[in-house]
Design a protein around this ligand. Structure first.
Ligand code: ADP
Ligand code: ADP
Length: 226
């Protein structure tokens, strides 16, 4: 599903250039559940940003489902992001001026579904995450665990093949963190390819494969026997 070839990303801040990813080769099969770990600054977020087409590599190639997306214009990248990639962030990134249902529907706004089908899909996904009774609430009225479930609902509403999660349990207590981890596992069991950045060794152990980065390189790439 994903093929990274000699992928390099350098960030420039003033005169200082940092090599965040250094010629990474990585192959991710459809249906994999990959945990990305490593110390702060090793390149995890940069990798997720590149995988999610939020950022471009400095050099190297990124093949997504066989398609070289490295040189695609932004408009084309945006279309791929909306239709095929879901994002879950540590900070939820919900819009508090909107209801829970409206937040989830945002993910469908530029998609192929007409308005009525969008609403049905939103209701369906909220039901699935146990949030139907919160549809008309605003994010700030919900607990952290519920807010993260709303964020997951939004991320999966368009039924993306690839789900990217950056420290999805980072702002949650351990009970809600476990709940979110269960949910991610379930989505992966249903076929969604999942790439999750995590500091938690315990959560990384739930993935089927762990890639450990150090200084922008892959230090360990370990697949767990099922
Ligand atoms: P991690 O997510 O593992 O903490 P990052 O991918 O955020 O690592 O960062 C990798 C390296 O790139 C770090 O040295 C970081 O300081 C640097 N970096 C990340 N983003 C930027 C940026 N936008 N501008 C400049 N340097 C950056
Ligand atoms: P709070 O965050 O306020 O403690 P919870 O997030 O634990 O509330 O969940 C509120 C309600 O939603 C509970 O009744 C819980 O059983 C239910 N619930 C939680 N997660 C799910 C889920 N993934 N699917 C269905 N129902 C859920």
């Amino acid at each position: 599903m994903i093929e990274l070839q000699q992928l390099t990303k350098r960030h420039r801040a003033g005169d200082v250039e940092t090599t965040a990813l250094d010629a990474i080769d990585l192959h991710i099969e459809a249906g994999e559940y990959l945990a990305v770990t490593g110390p702060s600054g090793c390149g995890k977020s940069t990798l997720l940003g590149l995988l999610g087409l939020l950022d471009r590599p400095t050099s190297g190639r990124y093949l997504l489902e066989g398609e070289d997306v490295t040189q695609h214009p932004e408009r084309q990248l945006a279309a791929i992001r909306r239709g095929r990639i879901g994002f879950v962030f540590q900070s939820f990134n919900l819009v508090d001026e909107m209801t829970v249902a409206a937040n989830v529907q945002l993910a469908l706004r530029y998609g192929p579904l007409p308005e009525k089908a969008q609403r049905l899909r939103v209701a369906e996904v909220l039901e699935r995450l146990g949030l139907s009774h919160r549809a008309a609430h605003h994010p700030s009225q919900l607990s952290g665990g519920q807010q993260q479930r709303v964020a997951i609902a939004r991320a999966i509403a368009a039924r993306p093949a690839l789900l990217l999660a950056d420290e999805p349990t980072g702002n949650l207590d351990s009970a809600h963190g476990s709940e979110v981890m269960r949910l991610l596992r379930e989505l992966n069991d249903e076929g969604t390819t999942l790439v999750m950045v995590t500091h938690s060794a315990e959560h990384a152990a739930l993935a089927s494969r762990t890639v450990r980065l150090l200084d922008g390189r892959v230090l360990v790439d370990a697949t767990v026997a099922a």
